[in-house]
Design a protein around this ligand. Structure first.
Ligand SMILES: Nc1nc2c(ncn2[C@@H]2O[C@H](COP(=O)(O)OP(=O)(O)OP(=O)(O)O)[C@@H](O)[C@H]2O)c(=O)[nH]1
Ligand SMILES: [Mg+2]
Length: 224
């Protein structure tokens, strides 16, 4: 039984890796900085994107790929900001994969694009296992989810270059110790940058914008 199962799983991941590499080649050749944005449902991915468009949209050309099990609700939120958005419905799958993203890229106008954010399906587990061709994985943890999450869902913390701890405006009302998040995430991934933010009031977002601007500039030098 296990002799059959293991190769199948490996083949799925290998096939995904090939598609992710194809996506990465497209991003690199076009000089587009690509982010794979992950979190549990409702941690604030789309809210962060709305704020990011408000903060950087006048200086950078931004597009968004929205991954959801169903609906085009998030893509419509982004389009209302005047930014290109393509919705992927996974029809039940709990994560995006390289092939889905490749199809979505084909529906985008990449000309002059600086930043592409791929909002993954809300889930703290599977999205971390599938590369999409992104330059960086970025995750959000909202304080309402609790400070134990790095202990329970280590892979996402290990694979993400940036951790945004969101909804810090709710700290007085929830049992969450920021120092514990810092320590636990730091043990899993000492190089991970942590930004404590509120997408409601905007606190802390300048550090996130500065990180994005540095990375956009790094990738943009490739543009012909
Ligand atoms: N108080 C507070 N609420 C927030 C903050 N950021 C987002 N929210 C709220 O949290 C809820 C979920 O936010 P979304 O941005 O839709 O979360 P998401 O991660 O995109 O959700 P899915 O796409 O469903 O996984 C919304 O009601 C937001 O208004 C914040 O910093 N503080
Ligand atoms: Mg969303």
């Amino acid at each position: 039984m296990s002799q059959v199962k293991v190769p199948v799983v490996r083949n799925i991941l290998e096939a995904n890796e090939r598609l992710a590499k194809a996506n990465r080649t497209i991003f690199d050749q076009a000089g587009i900085f690509a982010v794979n944005l992950m979190s549990s449902p409702g941690a604030g991915k789309t809210s962060l994107l709305e704020k990011t468009i408000d903060g950087l949209g006048d200086r950078y050309r931004i597009a968004v790929i929205e991954g959801d099990i169903q609906s085009s609700y998030d893509a419509e939120r982004i389009q209302r900001k005047g930014v290109q958005a393509v919705q992927i419905n996974t029809d039940g799958a709990c994560h995006l994969d390289g092939g889905m993203v490749l199809e979505a890229i084909e529906a985008l106008d990449l000309d002059g694009l600086d930043l592409l954010v791929i909002e993954n399906v809300g889930n703290l587990v599977c999205p971390a296992e599938f590369n999409l061709g992104e330059h960086h994985k970025v995750m959000i943890l909202s304080v309402a989810e609790g400070d134990d999450k790095p202990l329970k869902y280590p892979l996402m913390f290990q694979t993400s270059s940036v951790l945004l701890v969101n909804k810090i405006d709710l700290l007085p009302y929830v049992d969450c110790d920021l120092e514990k998040i810092r320590q636990r995430a730091g043990q899993l991934n000492p190089r991970q940058q942590i930004f404590e933010v509120s997408c409601r009031g905007g606190a802390g977002l300048d550090a996130w914008y500065a990180w994005l601007e540095t990375e956009i500039a790094r990738v943009r030098v490739n543009r012909g």
